[in-house]
Each structure stands twice: as structure tokens, then as C-alpha cells.
Design a protein around this ligand. Sequence first.
Ligand code: UTP
Length: 481
Amino acid sequence: MTSLSDAIASTRMRLAAHGQEHVLRFIGELDGTRARALLAQCDALPLDLLAREMTAILGTAQSGMAEPSHTRIEAVDVIPAHPEGWVEYATAGEALLRAGKVACFTVAGGQGTRLGWDAPKGTFPASPITQRSLFQIFAEGIRGLRERFGAPLDWIVMTSPQNDVPTREFFQSHGSWGLAPGTVRFIVQGTMPALDRRGKILLSDRSELATNPDGHGGSIRALAESGELARLRGRGVEHLSYFQVDNPLVHPAEPLFLGLHATHPSSGGQMSSRSVSRRSAAEKVGVFCQRAGRVGIIEYSDMPPELAAAVLDDGRLLHGAGNIAVHALSLAFIEQLTQDGLALPFHVAHKKVPCLDSGGVLQAPSEPNGIKLETFIFDALPLADRPIVVDSRRDEWYAPIKNADGGDSPATSKAAQVARAARWLEACGVRAPRNGDGDVDAVIEVDPAVALSENDLRTALATGQARAPKQVNPGDRFVVA
Ligand code: UTP
């Protein structure tokens, strides 16, 4: 083994060539093991890439333009969702599920800083009565789908190095909510070093660089590098149903969407997305659009204001399709991306990064002090052959838990879950009390294993698999199970 002093000298030289040698400023105080651990972290740094990204970031800051002005942005075609008329696609999706050609994929490696929950976000109690965690909601939904379609429906959960252990422990302590061992598998995403505003790498400890998970776009590489992609292939899986950990309304593997993705004539069958109508030009969701003829998503913050607000003759937003991070991806597409040496673009977030100051004291900043570099899964869309975007009812699909309070919070998400449960029950002939504003005057929860849609509920009630009263009274609280 190279002597420690030689190893330090060679790493220092490499770092110095990129102006990053300051990360070794405390190495003389470390014992051999910690010093070597720090050197290993430094030797794995993508220093050229960081330098390129910083040049781009500083250039953008100077010009004030995140989206190059010459990029032509056009509206995207959105396929309206008409489930009644599209039985053939739902049937095609069901056939994929039955044949074991679909696996669910949840990205759960985020830091969840806005929510401020001191554990992986998937462990957050999200349902209105039983306080089912987000993970439990998805697990039970998947269990119900497996039973309904006799489908293997593996579930892959992406974690980060920061939350992998507590996530696995949570699943273990709940027996994965009845999902058989080996049918839920975890993969760990990569990280990126956190930088200060000048692009200098930050330290979280004298022997450790400050890092953050590399974004949900890191899921593509994590699938390949973990060996999970090959394993799924070996199990006959052809498509992944991708969703985020923060949205309890999401359908983990909807037959109609999967069928449209795999068999609709407009679809290349590589990557498809569900969208919702944006509430307003100011709503903070990514926007589907076409750039240079390729479908993609622009972050709301990068959307030129006049385009964000542009309306059609009937008053609807021209760029009205908002991203809810629900995608279907073919394994063949992911394989192609990884074989081609995938390089999704980095996005910059200014965040509060706890880090050592020059004297080696850990500081918890009250204002954003650092830069986080992340890649996003939706940047794979322009690389896909004819991606389709399928419109969705927001109140059926999307009520994320992002913030501790205000919009997209546990309170708004629970209200949306109750509203959807009441709507499904009403559609099945059960009367639900509503106040003058039309809000449901009761708390209702549907066991996700029993129903993921109004139709499921109708069948479950008709076959006696679930029970509900004929009428819900004001103030009632009950779970349809
Ligand atoms: P968000 O963009 O909401 O980020 O993630 P976040 O890190 O969870 O939360 P904040 O911004 O710190 O409050 C959207 C989805 O992508 C996943 C998250 O777990 C969530 O399901 N994600 C995000 C990852 O899996 N890895 C990442 O590196 C980032």
C-alpha cells in the first residue's frame, strides 16, 4: 500500500489542480483510517465535471438566463384521459401486469428538507385516519394489484446513502406489509459533493465531504450499477411504473397508463408521463413542452414568464400540462441510456448545507449557503422515442406532501384523500355529507389493498371484499376495508 504521506501528496496535487485542496486542511489531525477514508472520497470526486458545472453556473448567474433565449419552446400534445372509451388500452395494461412484465419503482432518496420530518419521507404518517405511512400506502396498493392480477409486480425502492438503513429497517419492522421477501428490493443512489457559492467543496466533518443525493435522475444509473436492471430483465420485466415517495394519491401501476405507454400508436413505448392541468401560470410545477421538437419538461423557475402565462383562445394555459412525476419507462430504454454513457444535465439548487467553517467548527446556516447539483429523471424524456403525455385528474392522482404546512402539506394531502374516497363512495351509491362549500363533512379512508380506483371499489363492494354503509353521516370517521 502507498504510504499515507505519499497518498496525501498525490491526492492534494489532484485537488490543487482544480482549486479544491482546502478539503484536506484538517487531514494532519486525523488518524490513519479517517485520513484514508477522506482520501478515498476525494479520489472518487468528479473534479472535471464539477469545474465544468461551476463555469456554467457562474455564466448563468451573470447572464441571468437559465433557459437559453434561442430555445424555441412549443406546446406539447397531451392525450386526454378517457378511460371509458379506452378499454383496449386498460386491457393491454392488465395483460402486461398479469404476464409479470411490470415492476413498480419508487424514488425515495430525497432529503425532504421542506417537510422537516426527521426520518425518511416514506415513513411519514400520511393517511387521514389510520395514519398509514406513505410506504404502507404504496405497499398495500401493490399487494392489492398483485392479488387482482395474479401479478408478481416487484417493487424497487431507491434510497440514498443517508436514508438507506432507516428505510430498510422500517420495511423490516413492518414485515413489508405482507409483501413477500425478495419482492421488495432496495437500490442506493449516488451522491454529489455540496459546494459553496464559489464552487468550493464543503466539509461536513474534518474527515468527510458534505454530499447530497444526486437527484431522482440518479435512479437510471443506480438501477444499472446495482445490478437491478439485469435482475428485472431476468425476471421478464419490460416496463417500470415510476413514482415519487411523496404522493399518496398515486396509482402504483395503473393498467390504462401502462397500456397507453406500451401500445398507443403515438407512443414510442420508451418513456411516458402523466400530467395534470396547471392551476395557474404561477403554480410551482414543472411544465411539459417541446424544445427543438423534443418533448421535455421545463422547471417553473426556468419558464420565461410570458410563456408561462400564455393562453389559448378558450382561456386555458397554452403550456398547461404540469408534471406530477408519474412515468412509465421501458427497460430497453433504460438499458440504452446506460449503455450510451448517460449524462443527464445537472440542475442547481441553492440550499442550507451544514458545514465546517474555516476554523473547523460545524455551522448550521439559517440562509442558503451552498449549491446542490442534481439530475432529474424527466431530462430523459427528450432522449426517448415519441414520449406521450397523458392528462390526469388532479383530484384522482396528485396530492403530494412536500411542505410542513400551507400548500402541498400533510393537511392538504389528507383533505384530498378524503375527497377522493368520498367521491368513489358516492359513485358507488353511498351518500356522503357535504357542507355548503361542497367539502366532505366526514373523514373517510379507503384501504389501498381494497381499491385504487372507483371501479375497484365498485367491484370490492359488490363482491363483499369491502364493506361501506349506505349513508355516511356528518362527523363520521371510518375506513373502507
Ligand atoms: P423533491 O424534489 O421533492 O426533493 O423530490 P426532496 O429532497 O424529497 O425534498 P426537499 O426538496 O428537500 O424538500 C421528489 C422525489 O424525488 C425523490 C424524493 O425522494 C421524492 O420522491 N428524490 C429526490 C430522490 O429519490 N433522490 C434525490 O436525490 C432527490
